[in-house]
Design a protein around this ligand. Structure first.
Ligand code: SAM
Length: 210
């Protein structure tokens, strides 16, 4: 199972509840930090946001040509209602939808996606992301991470995540290196109001498919 969707988790499938939850537990504005420090979009960039949820990232990216992809029909419906005039949203599986996109991208985002994908799904997504990037383009991922040692509360909260494929930093990097020759990784320990650990990967120089 790649993600939990039952019980209390089903509440998070409501786009409003998900966005409110994100805003409540965030310390500061993690989306802005990610945008300014790692994504660094330019006006006119083609951006493909995979696992886009309700599409909130679009608010941070400025005047880009944005396509959001998510497997959850409710999130995609909400994103279309809110942002449909300025962006395209596709309801499909990450691995398959990215492969089918026409045209190349400057930036692919996988924000809180990889920990929802098992290894074969993650490999397929990373291969597809590598294939659609323009020369010089980058994939930016952001996920929760298992550390050793790790603060006990952080470990407990991460175990409760809907995504059932949280990995160590080495495991995330090893997966990404199968599709990208350059993978820079960064850890963050203070993006939520509770103890929690995240990692960011900036992936570039796609490897030629075997
Ligand atoms: C933690 S949410 C992140 C949403 C958004 N990127 C954000 O940061 O707020 C993970 C998202 O990945 C989506 N997802 C999970 N598995 C997927 C798959 N195989 N293909 C596409 N989207 C998927 C979920 O529906 C969910 O919207």
């Amino acid at each position: 199972m790649a993600q939990s969707t039952r019980g209390l988790y089903s509440l998070l499938r409501l786009p409003g509840a998900y966005t409110a939850f994100q805003q409540t537990i965030a310390r500061g504005d993690p989306q802005r930090m990610l945008t300014e420090r790692y994504i660094r979009p330019h006006p006119g960039d083609r951006v493909v946001d995979v696992g886009c949820g309700p599409g909130v990232m679009l608010e941070y990216l400025g005047e880009v040509d944005y396509t959001g992809i998510d497997i959850d029909a409710g999130y995609i419906e909400s994103a279309r209602r809110r942002y449909g005039k300025r962006a395209e949203f596709i309801c499909d599986r990450a691995e398959e939808a990215v492969e089918r996109l026409a045209g190349k991208a400057d930036l692919v985002l996988g924000k809180a996606l990889l920990h929802h994908l098992d290894d074969p799904q993650a490999r397929a997504f990373l291969r597809a992301a590598a294939a659609i990037l323009k020369p010089g383009g980058r994939l930016i991922t952001f996920d929760n991470v298992h550390l050793s040692p790790q603060r006990r509360v952080a470990r407990l909260l991460i175990a409760l995540d809907r995504g059932k494929n949280v990995r160590t930093l080495d495991q995330y990097v090893a997966l990404a290196k199968q599709s990208f020759a350059s993978v820079e990784s960064y850890l963050h320990h203070d993006l939520l109001r509770v103890p929690y650990d995240h990692c960011v990967m900036v992936c570039s120089n796609p490897r030629a498919p075997e």
